[in-house]
Design a protein around this ligand. Sequence first.
Ligand code: AHR
Length: 658
Amino acid sequence: MPGFSQRYPVRTMKIRLVALFACAALSLRATQPSLTIDLAKPVAPVSPRLYGLMTEEINYSYDGGLYGELVRNRAFLDNADKPVHWTAVPADGVSAKIALDRSQPLNEEIPVSLRVEVSGLRGSEGGIANDGYWGIPVLPRTTYRASFFAKAAAGFGGGVAVAITGEDGLTNFAHARVSGVTGEWHQYEVELKTGDVAPTPHARLTLMLDRPGTVWFGFVSLFPPTWNDRPNGLRRDLMQMLVNMHPKFLRFPGGNYLEGNTLAERFDWKKTIGPIERRPGHESPWGYRSTDGMGLLEFLEWCEDMGGEPVLAVYAGYSLHQEQVAPGADLAPYVQDALDEIEYVSGDVSTKWGAERARNGHPKPFPLHYVEIGNEDYFQKANTYDARFTQFYDAIKARYPALKCISTTPPREGADKVVHSRKPDVIDEHYYNPVDEYLKMAAGKYESYDRQGPEIFVGEWASYETAFPPWNEKSHAEPPTPSLRTAIGDAAFMTEMERNADVVVMHCYAPMLVNVNPGGRQWRPDLIGYNAIHVFGSPSYYAIRMFSSHVGDEILRVTRNDTPVLASATRQRSSGQVFLKLVNPQSHPEKVTLALGGAAVDEAATAITLAAASSDATNSIDAPDAVVPTTTTVNGIHDGSVYSVPANAVVVLTLRAK
Ligand code: AHR
């Protein structure tokens, strides 16, 4: 197909013709910019899992993000030398002293505790404070659940006052008390209820001894109300944003987070299940330590709570710093680990790992249709993926023949290293490209893909509008979430995926989440930003949500005639609704004739429009609603009617076939 630069002049000429021969409306309509939508014959079914989400621990996505925990460094493992994010209260260095203490381990998995010595003070004046993830959030009329392990040195015999206070230590938002701390480890739990306080992200949690003495603390935790009130659950406002996207699947646990920098730092799923106070956590490849509070079961329950299913990525013997496991006998335990993981997810309670899942609180198996073997294995210099993929594929198919295996190495032009001894069911493609590149990809990239398979999973994608790609630190000068310009690039690419939703069976933007506090981000652009109490969606978030909330079950052919407007159409067979997606990348409106091949539709259609005068427009913590969709009714729709697509716009038009 010709590029956009070739098409613009042609169109300009035709607009002049329209002006000259305005009276010859009928003959001109055929030469006006138009979209022909063939309602008579659907091309193919739309993949039922087209829109989903991809997630990993990056940008403080879980810790300091979606995962509800508010205490940072709750297990005292974040730093081997000092209790980071904890301070003595008062901080005079004399009357309250704190130190990591490996001689008083909490348990085998968490072999450390925090020793707190208070002297020379009256009751409840000495203890510790945690500053959370860029502050502990406080909302009015809210019940928080605090818990901690404690044991006391001989002679203490007292209790602990627990409170959420202002950063100044003076404002008391909520408090409770436990008594009788003994010489043995014991877990204490209290509720902290706020009153009519003004919301703030700037609080802290304090644990104060009610008399002088020495107390050791282990695994201190504080949770706000969680989605569906799940213990160890997820932040409600962020979950609402995700649920509103109607995702059909969640790809987890990564991304690079699956692989780790080294083998020891991979997502070792067996260490992420069971009681949270026995999960040591691990180093993530994104420069901070993960608590593993978001473990395998929490990922699965997250899918369940969104009404989606897991797309499970299993570790495949390659880590980012080129550490690898040789195919054959060395790899066999990792293959077994993957089989165990699949059983944990989908086995019934009569199986070993299904029973373990039931013990962890979820007897019902989760649906599982897709397993991804590794992540971006084309970065492995030793190039053993074919052998590794084959070993996993054979073992998985032998035990779970219906499971579809996803390969992470797309065949690429000129890439002689990409060989598949076993034909993958699905190939995972990743695209982080500038907007202009996305607009080109939107003009037919998938048309030539083989409908005999493999299926395509675009498991990570995002366009970017700046000179710097997401992994370049210079991009950090830009806001963490992108502008409307990328939403237009993203939406254009989505029209291409939707037009080809028979072969592109799933896709998901990445990364999904970013904590916008200084130091919170390792990558841009990101879909949804937040601090401790506010959440906002980028224009791309709204574009995806508009698309994923309006998708039919049949693909309709859309032909573009002489217009830069990108489009896709699907129809819901049961209701007759036609969802026409339109993307205008120009900074001026574009009139397009809607050619419906004689099909009759209701005169009134619904238009959901995401647009702004400038494509630089964006959303942020301070201006979360600068670019959000608006819904209007459009009258006068019929075969041959002209619709004006606003400048810099993404539109979903819902037509109703008669
Ligand atoms: O999405 C960020 C990273 O980009 C992912 O972890 C990795 O798979 C890709 O390179």
